[in-house]
Structure formats: structure tokens, C-alpha cells
Design a protein around this ligand. Structure first.
Ligand code: NZQ
Ligand code: ZN
Length: 387
């Protein structure tokens, strides 16, 4: 492991069928006023909203609500939340939902007492947070992003047509996250597979960079193994606790910094998807699926050995008699097969993108990459291949 690192992740995880039982004790650590943040209603159908509200009332909390957080959460909703925090002097932000709700809650927590324009300072100029941060706790209802145990906050600014991701430090991570895999049984299949692919993409973004013999890469291969196996099980039986619990934990491990330690990383698939999302509002994991195969075919020649290892270790391809190029492509073909098996889109067209959008998406994507650093022209070529 050639790169030095510091590993510190302060989020406390409560995992399992009875994880919610830990909420009352956690609530004792915070003041009286709680901002309850959730999405468009799935938590009510799940019965979770009623249970949590009762726990909050029993703990003597004053509850302020911010509901209707949309997928790909908007900066306008974040500002609305920040205003509620100031008006009611909120002591804890309790996020109940998927990555969008948790990302928005972290955004609210840093924006509420920010002097100046939070969007410009934190999501464009990436300044350090120098104002009070309101603590966030989360109750996760859909697996995929890893937001429950990291500092990520991906926010869409509709006016600027930008979906910008910001990774804050440990002081912004959720203080605690409650993970009950049973909550994910009601996630629609399309969202379930989008989440699974999001996790897969996080692992690949961290894997496809660097050349040393690194323990982190072995860890990623192991998690991918479990994720692929459990995804197939969940497709057969959406209420398999074993499969859903594995998927949920793979998602958390996939982006809680553990699988990026001592590694350079790529993240260009995510950069492209974020702008694709800003233009089409597609589900994040679905956008990643449509971009990944053309992207990896484009960069594989620059990191051949790692792509051969991917074919052998992750997809168990017998590469005997193949050239390195053939072996690398065989692994990417397996990835394409898996995307089809999940039923995810393989073209940008299916996500509502138009040919006219492609130059704008390419031009507004932050350039970069792992084995090859891409410029706008490369990104446009990949987008055209994905179209
Ligand atoms: O709005 P509700 O009614 O809650 O419905 C949601 C939403 O429609 C639904 N859902 C969630 N749990 C459910 C459920 N439906 C039924 N039963 C349940 N138990 O699922 C839909 C999608 O939810 P959302 O939170 O948008 O999905 P996801 O968790 O994939 O989050 C996506 C957002 O996270 C960002 C993405 O860019 C996107 O904006 N990301 C955040 C990251 C981070 N913080 O580190 C990293 C990721 O790479 C990603 O960029
Ligand atoms: Zn992602």
C-alpha cells in the first residue's frame, strides 16, 4: 500500500431487524427540537413515519417536518430546510429515506448557519465549513449511495443546471444511522437495481486506478462478489432478508471511505452521470449503468492489467489463450451482461437524453479520471457511444 492514509469514520451504525429500537436512546443525546426530513411518501406507506413520530413524541421532542424531498434533491429544498433550522433552532436533523433525503439533510446542516451563499461556497468553491453544523441522524430505507456513513452531499441546482457532489469531512457524517434491511422490501424493482448498480459503480470507481498490490483492491473484489451474488438472489426473491441485508451492507461499505484507502481513485463515471442527471433527472444508478460500459471500453487500454484482473477475479473469466486486450474486453462484456440481467438501461436515449444535449453534458462535466485523464472531447465521444 504505497499511499499514506488516515482512517476515521465516526458514524455509529445500528443494523438489523430491531435497529430502530436504538432510536430513543440516541435521541437523548440531542436537544428538544428535531427536523424530520423525508421524501414523497414511501415512509408513510411503510408505517415507518408513524413509528418514528411516536418515538419522537415519547421522547418529548418538538417535531418540525420537511417532506417531499425529491430524488436528485434540489438546492431550493435545501434552502427551505435551512430556513426551518434557523426559525425553529433545530437541534437534530433526522433524515428518513434514501440517499436523496440524507444528502439533502447534510446540505441543510452545513447551510443553515453559513454566512454568504452556501451553494457557491460549499458546492462550487469547495470551501471548508467554518460555521456551526447541525447534527444529522439517518434512518435508511433504500440501499445504494452509502450516504448513511459518509460526508457526501450531491445537490442539484436547477437554475444553474448543475448537479454538484461535495464530500464533507467527518464532522458532517451522520452521527448515527439506522439500517433495517426489511425497510427495503418495498423499494420498486427499478430503484432496487439502480441502487445495486450505484454500489457497484462506487466499488469500480475506486478499483480502476492505481497499480500497486493493495489490500483495498482485494476487499473491493470480495464485496463485488457478495453484491453480484446477492443481487441475483434479490431478483429471484425481493423479500430475501439474506440478500437484502447483504446488499445494504455492501452499499454502506462501498462508500464509507474503507474501500478507497491508500488508493488513487477514478470517479469520472460519476462526474458524467451527475451532469446527465442535471439534464434528464434520471435515477442515479440507471445513469451510471448507461455510461459505464462505453466508459470502461474507452479507458481499458490505459489500465489493461487491472481490467484483466477484473475479468478473472470478479467475473471468473477463464482468460487462457486470450491476449490482454481480449481478456480485458471479456470482463467488460460480463459487466454489460450483468447490467442487462438487472434490467437497467444500456443507452442514454432510454433515460430521456437527446442528441442535442450531449455536447452540453460533456462541456459541463468536471473532467478527470483514473487510468486516463479525460477532456470534454473524450467525454463527448463516450456519450455518443452510450447514446
Ligand atoms: O421519495 P420517496 O417516497 O421516499 O421514494 C423514494 C424515491 O422515489 C423511493 N424509496 C426510498 N425508499 C423506499 C422507496 N420506495 C419504497 N420503499 C422504500 N423503502 O426510492 C426513490 C429513490 O430514492 P433516492 O433517495 O432518490 O435514491 P438513492 O438512494 O439512489 O439516492 C440518489 C441520490 O444520491 C446521490 C445521487 O446522485 C442522487 O442524487 N448520491 C449520493 C452519494 C453520497 N452521498 O455519497 C453518492 C452517490 O454516488 C450519489 O451520487
Ligand atoms: Zn453513486
Amino acid at each position: 500500500m504505497n499511499l499514506d492514509f488516515t482512517f476515521y469514520n465516526p458514524t455509529k451504525i445500528y443494523f438489523g431487524k430491531n435497529a430502530l429500537d436504538n432510536l430513543p436512546a440516541e435521541l437523548e443525546n440531542y436537544g428538544k427540537t428535531v427536523l424530520l426530513v423525508y421524501g414523497k411518501g414511501s415512509v408513510k406507506k411503510l408505517g415507518l413515519y408513524d413509528k418514528v413520530l411516536e418515538m419522537l413524541h415519547q421522547a418529548g421532542k418538538t417535531v418540525v417536518e420537511l417532506s417531499g424531498i425529491k430524488s436528485n434533491p434540489s438546492y431550493a429544498q435545501l434552502q427551505q430546510g435551512a430556513k426551518l433550522v434557523r426559525e425553529h433552532q433545530v437541534d437534530l436533523i433526522l433524515a428518513m429515506g434514501g440517499g436523496s433525503v440524507i444528502d439533502c439533510s447534510k446540505g441543510i446542516s452545513v447551510a443553515a448557519y453559513c454566512e454568504g451563499d452556501p451553494w457557491q461556497r460549499y458546492w462550487v468553491d469547495f470551501e471548508e465549513v467554518d460555521n456551526p453544523i447541525v447534527p444529522v441522524g439517518s434512518i435508511l430505507t433504500m440501499a445504494g449511495t452509502g450516504s448513511e456513513m459518509n460526508g457526501g452531499s450531491v445537490i442539484t441546482n436547477d437554475d444553474a443546471k448543475l448537479k454538484n457532489g461535495r464530500v464533507f469531512g467527518p464532522e458532517v457524517y451522520p452521527k448515527f444511522s439506522i439500517l433495517n434491511p426489511e425497510y427495503t422490501y418495498t423499494v420498486p424493482k427499478y430503484q432496487m437495481v439502480s441502487g445495486i448498480f450505484d454500489t457497484m459503480s462506487h466499488l469500480m470507481e475506486q478499483y480502476f486506478s492505481g497499480e500497486d498490490d493493495n489490500t483495498t483492491d482485494y476487499l473491493i473484489e470480495g464485496i463485488l462478489d457478495s453484491l453480484i451474488h446477492s443481487a441475483r438472489e434479490a431478483l429471484k426473491d425481493s423479500e430475501s432478508y439474506q440478500a437484502r441485508s447483504n446488499i445494504m451492507w455492501c452499499a454502506t461499505l462501498g462508500l464509507n471511505t474503507l474501500t478507497g484507502l491508500a488508493k488513487t481513485q477514478d470517479w469520472e463515471v460519476h462526474m458524467i452521470e451527475h451532469q446527465l442527471g442535471a439534464y434528464t433527472d434520471c435515477a442515479h444508478g440507471a445513469g451510471l449503468a448507461a455510461v459505464s460500459v462505453p466508459y470502461y471500453r474507452y479507458i481499458a487500454p490505459y489500465g489493461l492489467d487491472k481490467f484483466v484482473r477484473f475479468a478473472q477475479k470478479v467475473w471468473k473469466v477463464d482468460t487462457t489463450g486470450m491476449s490482454k486486450e481480449q481478456a480485458a474486453m471479456a470482463g467488460i462484456d460480463k459487466l454489460a451482461d450483468f447490467i442487462r440481467e438487472l434490467g437497467l438501461p444500456t443507452t442514454l436515449r432510454e433515460l430521456g437524453a437527446t442528441e442535442e444535449m450531449l455536447p452540453d453534458i460533456a462541456g459541463s462535466t468536471i473532467p478527470g479520471g483514473g487510468y486516463k485523464s479525460l477532456q470534454a472531447q473524450d467525454i463527448l465521444t463516450i456519450l455518443k457511444q452510450a447514446y
